[in-house]
Design a protein around this ligand. Structure first.
Ligand code: FES
Ligand code: FES
Length: 219
């Protein structure tokens, strides 16, 4: 009979109790016991970073740890990204960045890159290129598209910063006559933002240029 141990992992906010063999690597437990196959295995030796997940908020290579060593910890995998508040109803800005900036080719390294990018932006919301390259230095892309990966993370940093500006001001616009209006009130039946200004930029919550053409000012 196979010797197994019961461990508890909180993964993407949900607690799981699973039985694992003492020799089972964390990456295998994530993929095979929890069915979260977004975390990839590229080398099983700690070289490629495809298996990167966040453990208690820090990026780790999940092929370098036994599952039993992670007992009681909180993990985040790429599947948890779009459930974060920054994702709104869509993709997380990091995921969106990889799509917009063509940060993936075959996509095999992408989940690990996204998790390393997430760890970086959590600690340093405004990284420069050198800091981004340093943060993903443990993640290999065999398609070698590093330039676009860096741009994808820069895209996410910008989006997240703009989101913070919007959250900070609540997206409320004060009109020239002093009355306040919200973006919801300025959304037409097709869901398009329209403030009524000719050539409206479409985004008073994130675009400070808008004020100069609207004649209004943000609270
Ligand atoms: S699979 Fe873990 S570093 Fe390559
Ligand atoms: S996109 Fe193919 S390995 Fe990175």
């Amino acid at each position: 009979m196979t010797d197994t141990r019961e461990i508890t992992l909180t993964v993407n906010g949900t607690e799981h109790t699973i039985d694992v063999e003492p020799r089972q690597l964390l990456v295998h437990a994530i993929r095979e016991e929890l069915d979260l196959t977004g975390t990839h295995i590229g080398c099983d030796t700690g070289n490629c970073g495809a298996c990167t997940v966040l453990k208690d908020g820090k990026p780790i290579k999940s092929c370098l740890m036994f599952a039993t060593q992670a007992d009681g910890s909180e993990l985040m995998t790429v599947e948890g990204m779009e459930d974060l508040p920054e994702a709104g109803d869509d993709l997380h800005p990091l995921q969106e960045g990889f799509r917009e900036e063509h940060g993936l080719q075959c996509g095999y390294c992408t989940p690990g890159m996204i998790m390393s990018g997430k760890a970086l932006l959590d600690e340093n919301p405004d990284p420069n290129e050198e800091e981004i390259r340093e943060a993903i230095s443990g993640n290999l892309c065999r398609c070698t598209g590093y330039q676009n990966i860096v741009r994808s993370i820069e895209y996410a940093a910008e989006e997240l910063e703009e989101g913070e500006i919007a959250a900070a001001d609540g997206g409320v616009v004060t009109d020239a006559d002093g009355s306040t209006i919200t973006p919801a009130e300025l959304t037409d039946e097709d869901g398009e933002f329209d403030c009524g200004v000719e050539n409206c930029c479409g985004g008073p919550t994130t675009d400070r240029e808008h004020d100069s053409v609207s004649g209004g000012e943000r609270e």
